[in-house]
Design a protein around this ligand. Structure first.
Ligand SMILES: [Zn+2]
Length: 311
């Protein structure tokens, strides 16, 4: 198994309502378990289990992440839903996993522990809500820009983790986009650190790479969407010969569904989406604390409390 690179994120979460707020349904595909799926996990230290308290929110945030993928696909005339592991009633399956507190403090150690529990399937990407304050978000990513089904990002296991202070559909979508193969270094607006510099875009922020941010898509109208101008990693209908027609395009990822024929209503916490969220705000200072530990692995070890505030 090739080792994935881990990207720690200081994602910027919109303070207002989630931008793509129109559709309130997610795709319930097939039997809910077979084939390539995104499995949502709640992980926590053994002595503190808040699964019951937060379960409706995990489902809501998973649905919010789906909305982001589908609303962004609609910008290029397409349909994409996250193929989740779902329950028989079509709601998102959320597994409750207890992880030793010390293990929880480290992304790689946590992933090894999960793998030991069998949560390392080639046909699964794991969307993790961690009851921890170590990170905002962190996700594994394979810098593989080859188009076609053999791309490494078409396989699991991948781990995309969001910690308590950033729990939201927005942060989960950001980490899942890494897991699906965004943003490759060869992309026109790549930060060279797994992100992009053409704001506004869920995957764009100043990640410590050398690129200066440029606003190429208006703020507000699309800061809850993927891929400003759809030229770097996500386009359901790329122009022939364009970068995304000739390189990896996460819209082709087999963990997404290009079909809206079976949509299930989401149990609505709709009007609680703000009060229930724990949003992190991108710090007003540029993050300069990245340390390059090996090829394309960027580690940021500042305490989360100093980099985020809650709204
Ligand atoms: Zn990131």
């Amino acid at each position: 198994m090739s080792r994935n690179n881990a990207l720690i994120s200081s994602v910027s979460v919109p303070t207002g309502r989630l931008q793509p707020e129109d559709s309130s349904s997610l795709a319930c595909d097939g039997d809910g378990t077979s084939g390539k799926r995104v499995q949502v996990l709640f992980i926590h230290a053994p002595e503190r289990d808040r699964y019951a308290e937060y379960l409706p929110y995990f489902k809501k945030w998973a649905a919010d992440a789906d909305k982001i993928f589908n609303a962004s696909a609609a910008e290029t005339g397409g349909v994409r839903h996250i193929r989740y592991v779902t329950e028989p009633n079509c709601s998102v399956s959320v597994l409750n996993v207890s992880v030793p507190a010390k293990t929880l403090e480290d992304f790689d150690a946590t992933n090894r522990f999960l793998a030991h529990q069998g949560l390392n399937r080639l046909d699964r990407k794991y969307m993790i809500f961690a009851d921890s304050r170590m990170y905002c978000g962190i996700g594994s990513f394979s810098n593989d820009d080859r188009p076609g089904p053999e791309n490494r990002n078409n396989y699991g296991p991948s781990y995309g983790r969001t910690d308590f202070e950033c729990w939201s559909g927005y942060a989960a979508a950001h980490e899942l986009a890494h897991n699906l193969g965004a943003v490759n270094n060869s992309a026109p607006h790549s930060s060279k650190g797994g992100h992009c510099f053409d704001e506004w875009d869920i995957m764009c922020y100043e990640d410590g790479g050398l690129q200066n941010m440029q606003v190429m898509c208006p703020e507000g109208s699309r800061d809850g969407y993927l891929d400003c101008n759809h030229d770097d990693y996500y386009n359901t209908a790329p122009e022939p010969g364009s970068y995304l027609a000739t390189h990896w395009n996460i819209a082709d990822n087999q963990f997404l569904i290009a079909d809206s024929s079976r949509l299930a209503p989401v149990s609505p916490l709709d009007d609680q989406s703000d009060s229930g969220g724990h949003f992190c705000i991108q710090p007003s200072f540029p993050s300069k604390s990245f340390e390059r530990v090996q090829e394309l692995v960027w580690i940021q070890r500042t305490s989360s409390a100093s980099r985020m505030r809650l709204t």
